[in-house]
Design a protein around this ligand. Sequence first.
Ligand code: NAD
Length: 420
Amino acid sequence: MADVSETVNGNLFDNAMEDMEKAGEVANIPVESLEVLRKPKRILQVTFPVKMDDGKIKYFEGYRVQYSDARGPTKGGIRFHPAVCLDEIKALSFWMTLKCAVVDIPYGGAKGGITFNPKDHSLSEIERISRSYIRYIHKFIGPRIDIPAPDVYTNPQIMAWMLDEYEKIEGHHAPGVITGKPIDLGGSLGREYSTSMGGAYILKYMKENTDIIPDNPSIAVQGFGNVGLHMSRILSEWGYKIVAVSDSRGGIYSKDGLDIKNLIAQKESKGTVVGFSGTEKITNEELLELDVDVLIPSALENQITKHNASNIKARIILEMANGPVSFEADKILHKAGKTVIPDILANAGGVTVSYFEWVQNLNGFYWIEDEVLFKLENVMISAFKDVYGHVERFKTDYRTAAYIVAINRILSAEQLKGSL
Ligand code: NAD
C-alpha cells in the first residue's frame, strides 16, 4: 500500500491555470483558444454507502473529472486520501491532459479520487469502498471512454478489485478499462517502476547530451514510495550517487552516498529509511535545501513554495511528484538560474507504460519487458527533445516549454474537430 501521510492542496488548480496563461503569452496563443482548456469537460461527484466491518453503513465521497478528450479517451489515476477534493482532482486531471500530450500518446486527461484515509480501514473495507465507487462511476468509464489507474494510496490489488467489479457489471472481460493491474490480470511488465524509469532516462539523456548536469552528480530524493524508491534504485544501479532520501518519518544523509540496496531492505522490514546505519538524520525541509546537484521531489504537492524556494541549492530539480513546486516558487527558482524539469514531462513514464498496457490489452498480445523499456525510452527522449526545442526557440523555462508543446497539440486536435 502506498504511504502518503499528508497532501497539501494549496490552490493547485489556480496554479495550473497561471502556468497555462504564462505559456499562452510566451507562445502568442490567442487567449480565446485557451478557453477550451480553462474548464473540465465533465465532472462526476458521487456519494455512496459502504458497509463497515462492524455492520454499520458509512457514506463516502468520490470524484471523477474528465478534463479533455480532444486527443483520445481520458486517462488518469484514482487517489485515496483524506485531502482529496474537487480542486485537487481538477488540477490533477488538467495535468494528465497535458502530460499525455507532451509524450504524444493518444489520450485525453482525467483523474479520480475518494476522500478517506485507507490507513483507518481494514483491507476488506477498502475492497468494498473500491467496488462501490466503481458501481457508481461505471457508466462513465470504459476502455474507449475513460481509463483509470493507480495513484497515491491505490495499488495493483485495488485495480484488480475495480476491474472485477466493472467486468461483473458489464458481463464480459474488459482488461483495457483500467491500467496498473497485476500482471496476472493483464498488467504490463515494467509498469511498476515505469514512472521512475522514465525520469531516469531523461536525467541520463541530459547528462550525456547537455552541459546542465555535471560529472558524478550528487542527488537527493524526497519520498521513498513507489516513485522515490525505484528512482533511487535505478540511479544507484546506474552508478549515480544518492546522498539523501526521506519518507514521511524524516530523512537520512551521507555525503559519500547511500547503499540503496540495503536501504530498500530496511524500508521493507522497518517501514522507514530513518535510522539507516552510517547516516545522519535530517528533516524533510533540510533534505530539500541540501547542497546537491540534483533534487528529485518524489512525494507530495507544494513542497517547494515561496517560503523555501530561495533556500534551494540544487542546480537541477526533477519533478517526479505531481506539483511539488508552486507557481511562485517556480519563478524564484528560474530567476536563481535553476533548471526545473516539470512533472508533466519528468513523471510521464507511468502513463506511457499504462498506455502500452492498454494497447496490449486491446490486442490480447503481450510484450517482453525489454520491448516495453525500449519503447518507453524512445517516447521519453523524443518528448524531452520536443520540449528542449521549445526552451531554445522561446528562450523560456522547461515548464513553460512543456506547456506550449502540450497546449498546441491539444488545440490542434480541437481545431481539426471543429471545436475551435
Ligand atoms: P507513494 O504513496 O508510494 O509514496 C510517497 C512517499 O512519500 C512515501 O515514501 C511517503 O513516506 C513519502 N512522504 C509522505 N509524506 C512526506 C513528507 N511530508 N515528506 C517526505 N516524504 C513524504 O506514492 P507514489 O506513487 O510514489 O507517488 C509519489 C508522487 O509521484 C505523487 O505526487 C504522485 O502523484 C506522483 N506520481 C506517481 C506515479 C506513479 O506511477 N506511482 C506517476 C506519476 C506521478
